[in-house]
Design a protein around this ligand. Structure first.
Ligand code: AMP
Length: 285
């Protein structure tokens, strides 16, 4: 695996490969890699000629300073994991390499309604930071295909919107991949490293259990009562809910009255101690 720290060198490499007709797959990450990340690398490897992974803890997408400062960094084991899973290129930039004009006065994207719900208001500025970094990463890696995890469901919708805004639909295919979970059902996440063993094994998995309960029992005439029950399950374990809601699976508009037919997704953000966990489950396709 080749490691590039400067976009100029990476761009040189990518242009040469693309001239030879190679298809570039790209997996952006913030590191502290786990099998969820690796599943994206493996999918990209199966569908492209050259896989680029980036590791960059993007300061502009953290609305909470302590969350940024406590974000786990495990670069040595990340490099080993990428190498042993056949990743071709690691882009490991500094803040200055990504934000060559500094991190003030960033571009503002008109993301529309998607930014007004769930993690939009809960994490002010988060999706603007995501778009700013992803646009820069796409420009540096020039991918034909980019891979994102459905674990960050709203982020997938935001990236789709970004690609539309940039008019890149014809040159860049987006692939959204299933969420990998621990055997307990807990969605794999770099933030799980900050949980205690007890929280990880016995408390945080309630999010998955509650969503699964809802998926099994929800119908058009019991939405409110089942949603209330699922929320209670989570709170009874001591988690503090930011949101636990049902939304239109395509637009993410909150659903008040479900007709029993529309595709819906359950979206969750909850604090387990001081760690904010997010997860989701499509309840009806
Ligand atoms: P992150 O490093 O958390 O920014 O994640 C990098 C990419 O990996 C994003 O597209 C995430 O949605 C994806 N990802 C994170 N956790 C998982 C998981 N458990 N399963 C599949 N993809 C994931």
């Amino acid at each position: 695996m080749i490691i590039y720290k400067h976009k100029k060198d990476l761009l040189n490499y990518v242009s040469t490969q693309k001239l030879q007709g190679k298809i570039i797959g790209f997996v952006p990450t913030m590191g502290a890699l786990h099998n969820g990340h690796i599943s994206l690398i493996t999918t990209a490897k199966n569908e492209t000629d050259i896989v680029i992974c980036s590791i960059f803890v993007n300061p502009t997408q953290f609305n909470n300073k302590s969350d940024f400062e406590k974000y786990p960094i495990t670069i040595d084991s990340d490099v080993d994991l990428l190498e042993s899973n056949g990743c071709d290129i690691l882009y490991l930039p500094t803040v200055a390499d990504i934000y060559d004009a500094g991190i003030e006065n960033l571009h503002h994207y008109d993301l529309g309604a998607i930014e007004t719900v769930y993690d939009g208001p809960s994490r002010p500025g988060h999706f603007q930071g995501v778009c700013n970094v992803v646009e820069r990463l796409f420009r540096a890696t020039q991918p034909n295909k980019a891979y994102f995890g459905l674990k960050d469901y709203q982020q997938c919708m935001v990236i789709k919107k970004l690609v539309t805004i940039m008019q890149w639909e014809h040159q860049l295919e987006l692939h959204f991949c299933e969420t990998l979970r621990e055997t307990t059902g807990l969605a794999m996440s770099s933030r799980n490293m900050r949980l205690t063993a007890e929280q990880r094994e016995n408390i945080a998995p309630i999010i998955y259990e509650a969503m699964s309960y809802l998926k099994q029992l929800i119908s058009s005439d019991n939405v409110d009562s089942q949603l209330a029950h699922a929320r209670n399950m989570v709170e009874a374990k001591g988690l503090v809910i930011d949101y636990f809601d049902i939304a239109d699976a395509t637009t993410l508009a909150p659903i008040a009255n479900w007709d029993g037919e529309k595709s819906i997704v359950c979206l969750v953000a909850a604090f387990c101690g001081e760690v904010r966990l997010i997860d989701n489950m499509v309840l009806h396709k």
